[in-house]
Design a protein around this ligand. Structure first.
Ligand code: NAG
Ligand code: NAG
Ligand code: NAG
Ligand code: NAG
Ligand code: NAG
Ligand code: NAG
Ligand code: NAG
Ligand code: NAG
Ligand code: NAG
Length: 419
């Protein structure tokens, strides 16, 4: 049954400490690394010492093991993502097109399904987001229409340690203060209860589109599903295997490049997220030199693709997935075509990819060309969706999201299930 979601009050924000231009470059780099796919094949011991935060969702049995049954029942999916207030203009564009694609999902998914958006953000009173209908009021029951939930989250770099801070909090702050991507994962650890009442959770960025196939998709066999990253080279794999070995956790040397987009049950998402943060702190502290942890050093990516601090989030996730899922022995694990590029001419039909992600380039559909508003009379975006190509799906959704006012998008999302 659906229970009222609980919230933990959160503290205030501070100020922006890292040079922003540099950060954009880093963000671009990490995304390329995350998304670009090379080779890939298919695919609890040390507990967190920290007990102060969210206990997270309880383990659930695999209820929706068959799509046929699931289609006739209420089913709740949540897309969870971090919104960077310091880059509001860019993130707002992406949020709007992502929501526009979720409108498409709302109108085509089974009548009793709901797919919500949960956003972790430093400031929950930004007018543009409120205009889109986003609020801090969680879903009350399974029949309410689409929800965009804002959850107040304080960036790790802004936190001020109190005298009684736990060792975990000190380590987190000390190790991750120059690694802004920590927020995209730590928010899921700290606020796991915000998604605990959903059946499936999609951990994603906002510069993504949900294509038609997502409208009737659930993880096969309740598996934990990831896309591909591109961080695994032989040296890194040996290094990660060594860490796994001296830490006494399972490690499968044949599973490479576990991406940063994950789909799974709330319990597993919370658990893998918590262990990812654990391993990130461990690697940062023990396997990187202090100089390597400074953003000034790692943003140069001198070692890439070998042992690059910029992707410590992915290294942490790699160890966490090995540890928690044990190559599918502990829990079903699948690598699928998530983060499918928005430049793709593949068919985004009901059998197509279930998740599209923008790359760091200027090819159609490009988030850079779009955010510079350089799709114009000469290089225009589709004004009707008369093609099945993924690039056109993304292009149309983005164009239509610009065309729509916030109020219109909000209303259409609220009423999508009524018509
Ligand atoms: C490693 O993963 C592969 C592919 O998922 C699987 O076939 C194999 O049994 C796993 N090996 C171990 C030792 O877990
Ligand atoms: C949050 O955003 C609102 C609207 O832009 C602004 O008035 C307010 O000062 C911000 N709050 C904080 C804590 O930054
Ligand atoms: C679900 O919650 C909404 C908002 O509180 C309420 O208006 C509606 O009546 C509820 N529906 C059911 C079936 O409980
Ligand atoms: C830590 O100290 C602060 C005051 O400095 C207090 O408000 C807080 O409750 C303390 N936390 C714990 C876990 O003891
Ligand atoms: C670590 O490596 C040693 C030596 O190869 C091996 O005996 C041991 O089983 C390994 N431990 C784990 C957890 O894989
Ligand atoms: C897309 O689907 C059409 C019609 O089924 C087919 O002819 C075409 O080859 C497909 N395109 C790709 C890139 O798979
Ligand atoms: C249209 O966009 C292209 C690049 O996408 C740019 O070169 C051109 O100047 C733009 N034209 C106008 C009229 O803005
Ligand atoms: C699709 O619509 C575009 C206008 O955006 C038009 O130029 C094109 O001819 C149409 N294609 C088909 C197959 O109808
Ligand atoms: C945007 O709105 C204009 C004017 O209403 C319309 O001509 C155009 O087709 C719309 N484009 C999209 C992508 O909806």
């Amino acid at each position: 049954m659906w229970n009222i979601l609980k919230f933990k009050p959160v503290k205030r924000t501070g100020f922006w400490t890292i040079v922003q231009g540099c950060l954009f470059a880093i963000a671009a780099l990490i995304s390329v690394m995350t998304i670009m796919t090379t080779r890939s094949n298919l695919a609890n011991r040390m507990m967190l010492t920290d007990t102060s935060h969210d206990p997270g969702p309880a383990e659930a049995t695999c209820v929706f093991d068959s799509l046929e049954t699931a289609r006739t029942r209420p089913l709740l999916r949540a897309v969870v993502a971090y919104f960077s207030v310091s880059q509001t203009a860019v993130y707002f564009d992406q949020l709007k097109w992502c929501m526009r694609s979720l409108l498409e999902i709302a109108t085509t998914e089974p009548a009793l399904w709901r797919t919500d958006l949960i956003i972790y953000i430093e400031n929950v009173t930004i007018p543009d987001l409120l205009d889109l209908g986003c609020s801090t009021t969680p879903r009350q029951n399974a029949s309410e229409p689409f929800k965009c939930l804002l959850v107040e989250y304080e960036r790790v770099q802004d936190r001020v340690l109190s005298a009684n801070a736990t060792e975990y909090e000190r380590n987190l702050h000390e190790q991750m203060k120059e690694y802004p991507f920590i927020d995209s994962i730590y928010a899921l650890v700290e606020h796991a209860s915000t998604y605990s009442n959903y059946d499936y959770v999609v951990r994603s960025d906002l510069d993504v589109f949900f294509p038609p196939a997502f409208s009737h998709w659930i993880p096969p066999n309740c598996a934990f599903v990831t896309g591909n990253g591109a961080y695994s080279d032989p040296y890194n794999m040996e290094k990660l295997a060594m860490v796994a070995n001296y830490s006494g956790i399972h490690f499968n040397t044949t599973i490479w490049n576990i991406g940063s987009t994950w789909i799974g049950s709330p319990h597993l998402i919370a658990k893998v997220a918590a262990r990812t943060v654990h391993w990130m702190i461990h690697l940062s502290k023990n396997e990187f030199a202090p100089k390597q942890r400074t953003s000034a050093w790692w943003s140069m990516a001198l070692l890439w693709p070998e042992w690059h601090y910029g992707v410590v989030l992915l290294y942490g996730g790699h160890l966490a997935v090995n540890e928690v899922l044990q190559s599918g022995k502990q829990h079903p694990f699948l690598k699928l075509d998530l983060d499918h590029p928005t430049t793709s001419t593949a068919n985004c039909t009901l059998n197509g990819p279930i998740h599209l992600h923008t790359y760091q380039n200027h090819d159609y559909f490009s988030k850079y060309v779009f955010s510079s508003r350089l799709y114009n009379e000469t290089y225009s975006l589709p004004s009707v969706l008369n093609s099945t190509r993924c690039c056109d799906y993304a292009g149309y959704m983005a164009a239509d999201s610009l065309n729509m006012t916030c109020a219109e998008l909000k209303t259409r999302l609220r009423t999508a299930k009524l018509s």
